[in-house]
Design a binder for this molecule. Structure first.
Ligand SMILES: NC(=O)c1ccc[n+]([C@@H]2O[C@H](COP(=O)([O-])OP(=O)(O)OC[C@H]3O[C@@H](n4cnc5c(N)ncnc54)[C@H](OP(=O)(O)O)[C@@H]3O)[C@@H](O)[C@H]2O)c1
Length: 269
């Protein structure tokens, strides 16, 4: 019997790579998009359901329909997410809330909807796509780091709460991957009069270059499949270039001041 997988944000980038890979491997895949009707159907050989993760009603409805049709949901992958950059001081409050709505409250909406289904079937796996940026506060990406760090921490708590129901929680923290994220992300407006404008622009150039030169998201799709098949899962997986993964180790072992210096050097600040 093929496993039933629900993946949020299946229209682009990492989500699309995961949907395609798992479909090719024989899984029953439900991807999602806020506007599936606007996508060329010939380019997607898996189901794309309409879903805005920030709408708890839509989430409940979709989970209910999949449960009715398939009888179960084996894996939830919380992938849908948005980028946001800007100096913390100059990022508008409503944009901060929007980022948290999609990257933090959205996954919680999905988790709350699938847990009763997984409890009933006495098994389940939830994979959250977080970020290496969630392990450290990065300059001009503080809000993004906070949304991903928050999701990563909640997952640690949740794994202990659902352990007795035979439900597993994993975080995959990607480094940079070449997707549409940079084109779609929110950028705080930067008037020339801002005390941050020069540094922000410089950091943004570095960040955009990193995404443009990064690897393909197939690597994440392969990790997802490996985790689904694994009988001995970890809570945290990091996928990316060596230095991206190693930065998490450095943050743990280096004195804070030295780690800060490394980041300042990296971003030429
Ligand atoms: N690319 C990277 O370098 C990188 C690094 C670390 C972490 N990540 C994380 O990986 C995940 C996927 O990012 P990506 O790089 O593949 O970006 P992407 O190409 O921009 O794809 C984002 C996906 O999220 C969906 N989405 C956005 N807002 C949504 C909402 N409110 N409700 C439902 N779906 C929504 C989009 O679907 P529609 O627009 O069709 O609705 C799209 O499928 C995100 O969580 C991101 O933070 C990416």
């Amino acid at each position: 019997m093929s496993k039933v997988v629900l993946i949020t944000g299946g229209s682009s980038g990492i989500g699309r790579a995961v949907c395609t890979y798992l479909t090719d491997k024989g899984y029953t895949v439900y991807g999602t998009s806020r506007n599936p009707e606007k996508l060329p159907s010939e380019k997607f050989h898996y189901t794309l359901e309409r879903l805005d993760v920030t709408d708890p009603g839509q989430v409940q409805d979709l989970v209910g329909r999949i449960k009715e049709k398939e009888g179960r949901i084996d894996v939830l992958i919380n992938n849908a997410g948005v980028g946001i950059t800007g100096p913390v001081e100059e990022t508008p409050r409503e944009e901060i809330e929007k980022a948290f709505d999609t990257n933090f409250y959205g996954p919680l909406n999905l988790i709350n909807a699938v847990l009763p289904v997984m409890r009933e079937q006495k098994s389940g796996l939830i994979i959250n796509i977080t970020s290496i940026a969630g392990y450290m506060g990065l300059p001009y990406r503080g809000i993004y780091s906070a949304t991903k760090g928050a999701l990563s921490l909640v997952s640690e708590s949740l794994q202990m709460e659902v352990h007795e129901f035979n439900i597993d929680i994993c975080n995959i923290a990607p480094g940079d991957f070449n997707t549409d994220i940079a084109n779609r992300r929110y950028h705080a407006p930067m008037p020339a009069s801002s005390p941050y404008s020069q540094n922000y622009e410089q950091v943004l150039d570095i960040v955009n270059k990193q995404v443009a030169e990064a690897g393909e998201p197939l690597k994440i799709a392969k990790t997802v499949e490996k985790i689904i098949r694994s009988k001995n899962r970890k809570i945290h997986y990091k996928v990316g270039a060596f230095m991206e993964k190693f930065s998490v180790v450095l943050k743990k072992i280096l004195p804070d001041k030295v780690f800060k210096k490394l980041l300042l050097n990296h971003y030429k600040l």
